[in-house]
Ligand binder design. Sequence first.
Ligand code: NAD
Length: 293
Amino acid sequence: MVERLDGHTILIGLMAYPIRHSMSPTMHNNAFAKLGLNYAYLAFDVTNKELPGAIDAIRTLGMRGSNISMPNKQKVIPLLDKLDPAAEMVGAVNTIVNDNGVLTGYTTDGTGFMQSLDDENLDIRGKKMTLAGAGGAGTAIAIQAALDGVKEISIFNLKDAHWEQAKKNVATINAQTKCKATLHSLDEQDKYRSEIAASAIYCDATGVGMKPLQDQSLITDPSFFRQDMIVFDTVYAPRETKLMQIAKKAGVKHVFNGLGMMLEQGAQAFKLWTGEDMPVDYIHELLFADASK
Ligand code: NAD
């Protein structure tokens, strides 16, 4: 890989903290190498404090752009020149593109989610979704699904720090899209069951199912699910969460972890920077061949 870096190499960043564990540098650098693109992708420890300087550096150093992750996804917005409409609705940015000094913010988690379903030839447009979670992932999924034509979204959340965001998501969707969104507390178990029963897809975008909650699932009763529905967990470590095990026990045919979404959010950013399609199958094979679902 070193041989392909020279004086013309174009730099892409990843600005977050903590970030050294991220798979994104491996994903993007291998994709650049596979396509013979003269780009390099590097992770930088950037907290809110360093963020203004780091964003300035994108312009100063002529970087093509950057990924942005926690704790900077919201804080970065006032530092940019333009926002993609979906990023504006979500209120968060995970990808920056630098066009000759003009920085535009995008969010690719939601498009990554939708694309990962398209990859499986599954179409939820015109259908109903029940979604648990209104954090970063839940918000991006809800907004993009609504923008893409999902007919109804029933959002469930704890009455915790994310409840206000959940209310905001429902208001944004109802005001700015044709989708009908409703919000319920996760305490309303009967409603939770009946909404899932009426949905084409159930998506869990909470952290339940991954460390330190890897032994837990919001749903423990397989009878919540129909065999012909989609059950999607945004968690990808472990590859098979408790929720996925319960869905499989119920005989659900289409059960997914968050790996496809993670790869596709990266692929969407890759396309924005390079104009090229990321070789997603190659990257999947390279990074996750030993751990497929
Ligand atoms: P976040 O902290 O922004 O939001 C967490 C959400 O989980 C909130 O809605 C919160 O209310 C809910 N929650 C937390 N603990 C809960 C509990 N015990 N019971 C019920 N709900 C609970 O986190 P995030 O960035 O949105 O990440 C959420 C999940 O999505 C994580 O598992 C993360 O790994 C995953 N994720 C996956 C991708 C991907 O590409 N596959 C991308 C982003 C996030």
